[in-house]
Design a protein around this ligand. Structure first.
Ligand code: PMP
Length: 368
């Protein structure tokens, strides 16, 4: 498949017509300090989605779903209302609210879960309505969205869980941006040895992986070197069933579910392997990314990198870990500014005293 017109431009050039033009085109940044601490010789590269206009990996899909619906005549600017049922505190709401604010659609998000204060405030600031739905049925957020759609003329549900434009936004956008960054870099090889991403709807990993597979050279006469195949690793929190295991509770937001979304293609040849992570390692790695690499990433970024590093330390990952020409691309889906009020992040304001006890820095500052 060829590229589409939206993804041909990889830089921000000149003056942009609106914040929608500042969606995507995010930088691929070396994670050299953490790589060195871990003894990894490969090039660890983070695709930093918090640089996108709405602050996450979901901006591209929101833009593409809205523009595709406009082209089909389903959405009429200044008239239609976009309703999106979300199950959790996924960043799709903010991406959609951003697109709707600029294009003049009212936006309604229905969700049963509690979302972080920062995301809720930002949604309201963008003019979106939030409709809380009861927990009594797993389908309640969809049921209520459908009921709203019945009563509101011109209401449209784009539905990221089944909309093919979700993975396609990554097939064309995110994948092409990664390849453009690699091709214009001074790295010795310009391909991806290992792609690592968490899965929520699965749109990110499915879309990028399909594009990787479609661009991989076929195996010629069993010549493995002419056919450097990318390993695709999906990261999933304990408590989600996507990568196996029992449903349960976990704190990290935006990844994992207790059902399989339609847009996720979880098996080979798309996804090669799954790795499970726990909250503790995800939040510790998030803080490490901030402290060591000065990247303002959110919790699911910590999960992705923690999963990547654990895989690289296994026998399956060793040949990539020890290859200075190998490129490991880790998707870092959003920024920590979405989670500043969360206990796991506020903990960062504590320092450790000489006797090893945590001390709240704010109290120290007051004394000084
Ligand atoms: N991280 C965060 C913070 C998210 O909001 C999402 C979206 N659910 C993801 C990761 C995973 O993205 P995807 O839905 O494309 O799998």
């Amino acid at each position: 498949m060829g590229g589409d017109t939206q993804s041909q431009q990889h830089h921000w050039q000149g003056v942009l017509s609106s914040a929608l033009d500042a969606v995507g085109h995010t930088p691929l940044i070396r994670l050299d300090r953490i790589a060195k601490e871990e003894g990894l010789k490969c090039n660890m590269l983070g695709k930093c989605e918090f640089f996108s206009a709405g602050g996450s990996v979901k901006d591209r899909i929101a833009k593409r779903m809205v523009e595709h619906a406009e082209k089909k005549g389903l959405l009429i600017p200044g008239q239609s209302i976009v309703i999106e049922p979300t199950i959790d505190a996924c960043m799709i709401g903010i991406g959609l609210a951003l697109a709707c604010a600029l294009k003049g659609y009212q936006c309604i998000i229905t969700l049963p879960a509690k979302m972080s204060l920062e995301k809720e405030v930002m949604l309201r600031a963008l003019g979106a309505e939030i409709v809380r739905t009861p927990w009594d049925s797993a389908e309640s957020h969809i049921g209520i969205a459908r009921k709203l759609q019945k009563f509101i003329p011109d209401a449209v549900i784009l539905d990221q869980y089944s909309n093919p434009n979700n993975p396609l936004a990554h097939y064309y956008g995110t994948y092409e941006e990664i390849i453009y960054s690699l091709k214009t870099s001074d790295l010795p090889k310009k391909d991806i040895s290992l792609l690592v991403a968490g899965a929520g709807t699965g749109g990110t990993i499915t879309g990028i992986a399909r594009a990787i597979r479609d661009n991989e050279k076929p195996l010629v006469n069993g010549d493995a070197e002419s056919h450097r195949r990318t390993t695709v690793l999906a990261v999933d929190p304990e408590g989600s069933i996507l990568g196996g295991g029992e449903p349960g509770n976990y704190q990290v937001e935006g990844i994992g579910y207790d059902f399989f979304p339609e847009v996720l293609d979880p098996n080979p040849p798309v996804v090669d392997e799954w790795i499970k992570t726990v909250d503790e390692e995800s939040f510790a790695m998030t803080k490490r990314l901030i402290r060591k690499e000065a990247l303002f990433v959110g919790g699911s970024s910590g999960s992705a990198l923690a999963g990547a590093i654990r895989y690289l330390h296994t026998s399956a990952g060793l040949s990539i870990a020890n290859d200075p020409t190998a490129n490991v691309v880790v998707i870092l889906p959003d920024g920590v500014r979405n989670y500043m009020s969360k206990p796991w992040f506020l903990e960062t304001a504590k320092s450790t005293t000489e006797n090893g006890e945590a001390e709240d820095l704010r109290d120290v500052i007051k004394v000084v």
